[in-house]
Design a protein around this ligand. Structure first.
Ligand code: HSE
Length: 429
């Protein structure tokens, strides 16, 4: 056996990873040169679904990352600590890292990659974004010659499942969430998924690769799907859109880089509009390639383990070829030194969909038009779509406009007596 792995975590993805490594027949021949040397778990005596010798199990994770025999640490425990400390300790001992931990990388990528570059080791993270879909290595390698204009992803399966069901059944967010939790599709604490935080971690990582600099997570504008109602989904449908939680990183003609997560009206003709259920997809546009879309399972045991083991395989391939000589392969490393400048959301130029609840009296639609016009906001359509509690419900779609101008207009319009409420303000792709 050539290469020794220390596996931290034997949950769903850890089990899938071990299963692939223990059944190499029919896969890449290099897998036969990889040995699981130790497995770090909370309860070493717990019965497991995968056949590993009990002698490999330990609850002492530090002993794995400091073991001089181990070449590669596969971190699958998730969360921030002790994952961050264990990764750093392993790097300082000259070990290479494979991780699925988007939360650690999006927050501590600077510290981790600086340490890795100093130690001459790799940190590979294909599984951290969109589970089994290859997108990290493609961005680094196959798409590396392109000037990337935009990366637009449906990178959270839970929210895509909820929005797909809301759309198919005409039901509200809270009802689908409760059922998804009962079925185990959504976490008991769904915050990271439904408030967009998981997608924000992922787009920060993708943006960093696409635009060649580190991204401060605090600069990613992040809005979740709690505010999306069955009514908006129905109105969007009538206007020719579906609503998706998109994670977007794009460089505008003004050279502004925008990195954001929010529910978005997607034209039904756009390839991302047809991505349903728990599936993920990442739509990338660059020059000279044009458009390309990666689609597939964004989570799950086998899919995520496939990405983890592909990173292990890549590492073994590099190490076998070059030896562990401290020379870093530029197509597998992270060489960013600087942070990207991310523009504030007020500088975004996009179309908006706004829903108003207002008095059904003469001149109200005129008032809306005047309110927008005062702030230089040009309207594409204004439709009175119905009545709610004796009030008219009006939907406005704007032309492309600076977000700051729309916000200023809405603030002023919202303070008028004729406007009872503005329940939805959504961006349009
Ligand atoms: N919670 C994530 C999702 C999966 O719903 O897509 C792990 O990244």
């Amino acid at each position: 056996m050539g290469f020794k792995i220390g596996l931290l975590g034997l949950g769903t993805v850890g089990t899938g990873t071990a299963e692939i490594l223990l059944t190499p027949a029919g896969r890449h021949p290099l897998l036969t040169e990889i040995e699981i040397a130790k497995v770090g778990v909370r309860s070493p005596d717990k019965p497991r679904d995968v056949k590993l010798s009990p002698g490999l199990m330990t609850s002492d994770l530090e002993s794995i990352v400091t073991d001089p025999e181990i070449d590669i640490i596969v971190e699958l425990i998730g969360g921030l600590e002790p994952a961050r400390s264990l990764i750093l300790k392993a790097i300082n001992r000259g070990k290479h890292i494979v991780t699925a931990n988007k939360a650690v990388i999006s927050r501590y990528g600077d510290e981790i990659y600086t340490a890795a570059n100093q130690a001459g080791v790799y940190v590979l993270l294909e599984a951290s974004v969109a589970g089994g879909i290859p997108v990290i290595q493609p961005l680094k390698q196959s798409l590396g010659v392109n000037r990337i204009h935009s990366v637009i992803g449906i990178v959270n399966g839970t929210t895509n499942y909820i929005l797909t069901r809301m759309s198919a059944e005409g039901v509200d967010f809270a009802d689908v969430l409760a059922e998804a939790q009962e079925l185990g599709y959504a976490e008991a604490d769904p915050t990271a998924d439904v408030d967009g935080l998981d997608a924000a971690d992922k787009i920060a990582i993708l943006a960093s690769l696409a635009f060649g600099g580190r991204i401060k997570l605090s600069e990613v504008n992040c809005e979740g799907i709690r505010q999306v109602s069955a009514a908006d989904i129905a109105y969007a449908e009538n206007l020719g859109f579906v609503i998706k939680l998109l994670a977007i990183a794009e460089r505008h003609q003004s050279n502004n880089l925008q990195v954001r997560v929010h529910p978005t009206l997607v034209p039904k003709t756009h390839p991302l509009a047809s991505i349903n259920g728990v599936n993920n997809a990442i739509f990338i546009e660059g020059e000279p390639l044009g458009q390309v879309m990666f689609f597939g399972p964004g989570a799950g045991k086998g899919a995520t383990a496939s990405a983890v083991v592909s990173d292990i395989l890549n590492l073994v391939g590099i190490l076998k070829n070059s030896g562990n000589n401290g020379q870093i392969h530029p197509l597998y490393s992270c060489s960013h030194q600087d942070y990207c400048t991310v523009a504030p959301i007020a500088e975004l130029v996009t179309r908006f969909y706004c829903r108003f609840i207002c008095q059904d009296s003469p001149g109200v639609i005129g008032q809306l038009g005047t309110g927008f016009g005062k702030h230089d906001v040009s309207l594409e359509s204004v439709v009175q779509i119905g009545f709610k509690n004796n009030c008219a419900e009006v939907v406005v779609v704007t032309h492309d406009v600076l977000e700051g101008k729309v916000r200023a207009a809405l603030k002023e319009i919202g303070s008028q007596d004729a406007i009872a409420d503005i329940p939805s303000i959504l961006r349009v792709l």
